[in-house]
Design a protein around this ligand. Structure first.
Ligand code: NAD
Length: 495
């Protein structure tokens, strides 16, 4: 059978991530028989729960997937709970015993996946004990899956990495960036490397600029306390946005394997210009939302949100320009923006091609300086909420004369196809199970990203921002529009 045998040890098994994402994903994999008879899950956390209680929680977490009574009974019977304070060595001994027993009972071949669904401050102590109490096996695989945030700057990330690398080799570490599990993010490579018409134009000769927008209409919800310590730059740009930049900018890998792709992504990130402190202001701007209205709902400003400091200087919006110093991309700005409480939710990439060199269709009697420009071709990749892509082309307007009329080829996955597409976490867990690290971030990528972002953060920290500077329900502060305007460009945002 196709089933991969493994024991999942989930640290933080009572938490939000585990219940909202991990258990439902495991259930979907169970339904598809990617895991079937030979798997077991140990949930650990501080609370004193029984196996029965834990199984009830797991059952509730998958209720929306409507399991049959048989499926439910069979699936949850593989779940075991152990209360465990991660700082207590003795409890790892108990954990090891349970792990060995389940390995034996379910014939798991010594395969183990350690999933740390806990705050990163615990990663070091958990890794240390996994080794000292011999919870890693010497047969089968032992893999570590961890969540963002990976550090809060380069230094803390490096410290964290040293702690886990003392136990796990880089090829055993799976750093989740759930964006990389999204269907259309994975599609970037398909569009680039299976279409001659794009890859041959994919460089500074034909591309004018690239735009990446990750807009959210939600605010900070109940995560205000966490978000206020982080802000949009660290929460979105350091990880998701720079990963998308890397996928768009990288050279074609020789073959589509994790090793080959990561090598190219790392080179691309290393070519992203690290700004000098005095260059930051020209290239990056920030914002924080004030009160405003979205589809007739009134929203409070960020500083009024629960858990947020009433004088908070945390940015809820970032816009900026990355430059990539290599042969392919020199001179092509990669504009990025992301924020909360924007007009609508939407993640999109726009590849804006260069204008035609000259408009030969202009009226021969008007001076060329006044001739109308021909609209640029734009390739848009829609990541969410709709998935698909569109391409604007120019044709002739029907009728007398010769007017250029832009038209748009637009393809969106059907709602049904999107519904059936596996959820990001489901794909990523299966990848980790199969040992495919393509859609996880390598330490070198994390390191480069922090170096790029740290300079921006440090420059910002020298000045007090004038917040709030955009209203909830808008596409961000004026400075974000000025940023492109001074380069003679505009944000593209077509439906
Ligand atoms: P949570 O607070 O809901 O869960 C934390 C878990 O850790 C709980 O099970 C708790 O019992 C356990 N825990 C805490 N201290 C412990 C200790 N000393 N010993 C043993 N167990 C202990 O948090 P969460 O939202 O599930 O997030 C977990 C991690 O994943 C965090 O690092 C978070 O940043 C990251 N993350 C979460 C999400 C999400 O959607 N929730 C998304 C991305 C990243």
């Amino acid at each position: 059978t196709k089933e991969t045998r493994a024991l999942f040890i989930i640290f933080g098994g009572t938490g939000d991530l585990a219940q909202r994402k991990l258990y439902p994903s495991l259930f979907r994999l169970f339904r598809k028989k990617e895991i079937n008879q030979h798997f077991a899950v140990i949930g650990t956390a501080r609370r004193e729960w029984s196996d029965t209680f834990f199984r009830d929680v797991v059952a509730k977490s998958i209720a929306s997937l409507s399991p049959t009574p048989d499926e439910l009974a069979e699936f949850t019977s593989h779940f075991y709970y152990q209360s465990h304070n991660v700082n207590n060595t003795a409890e790892y001994v108990v954990l090891e015993k349970l792990a060995s027993k389940l390995d034996n009972d379910y014939e798991l071949d010594g395969n183990r996946l350690f999933y740390l669904a806990m705050a990163p401050q615990f990663f070091g102590v958990i890794s240390h004990h996994i080794k000292s109490e011999k919870i890693m096996t010497d047969h089968g695989f032992s893999r570590l899956v961890i969540e963002k945030p990976f550090g809060t700057d380069y230094q803390t990330a490096e410290k964290l990495n040293n702690e886990i690398s003392a136990v796990f080799d880089e090829n055993q570490i799976y750093r989740i960036d759930h964006y990389l599990g999204k269907e259309m993010i994975q599609n970037i490579s398909a569009i680039r490397f299976s279409n001659t018409i794009f890859e041959s134009l994919w460089n500074h000769k034909y591309i004018d600029n690239v735009q990446i927008t990750l807009a959210e209409s939600i605010g900070v919800e109940e995560r205000g306390g966490y978000y206020d310590q982080s802000g949009a730059l660290k929460d979105m740009v350091q990880n998701h946005i720079l990963q998308v930049v890397a996928l768009l900018a990288m050279e074609p890998p020789t073959i589509f394997t994790d090793e080959a792709i990561r090598k190219e992504k790392i080179s691309a990130l290393k070519a992203v210009r690290v700004y000098k402190p005095n260059e930051v202001k020209d290239a990056f701007v920030r914002g924080q939302y004030g009160a405003g209205e979205i589809s007739q709902h009134q929203f409070v400003g960020y500083r009024e949100e629960p858990g947020v400091d009433e004088k908070s200087e945390t940015e809820t919006f970032v816009a900026g320009k990355f430059l990539i110093d290599n042969f392919r991309w020199t001179g092509v700005p990669f504009y990025v923006r992301t924020g909360k409480r924007m007009t609508e939710k939407g993640t999109r990439i726009n590849i804006v091609f260069k204008e035609s060199p000259i408009n030969i269709f202009r009226d021969p009697h008007t001076p060329i300086q006044e001739a109308q420009k021909i609209p640029e071709n734009i390739l848009t990749i829609f990541i969410q909420p709709t998935e698909g892509f569109s391409l604007t082309l120019n044709g002739k307007e029907i009728g007398q004369g010769f007017n250029i009329d832009p038209l748009r080829l637009d393809y969106r996955h059907s709602a049904e196809a999107s519904e059936n597409s596996p959820e990001a976490y489901e794909k990523l867990i299966l990848d980790a199970l199969k040992g495919d690290a393509t859609n996880f971030t390598h330490w070198d990528e994390v390191a480069s990203s922090w170096k790029i972002v740290d300079v921006i953060r440090n420059a910002w920290d020298q000045e007090t921002p004038d917040f709030p500077n955009y209203e909830a329900g808008t596409m961000g502060p004026k400075c974000a529009f000025d940023l492109l305007e001074k380069d003679g460009k505009n944000w593209i945002w077509q439906p």
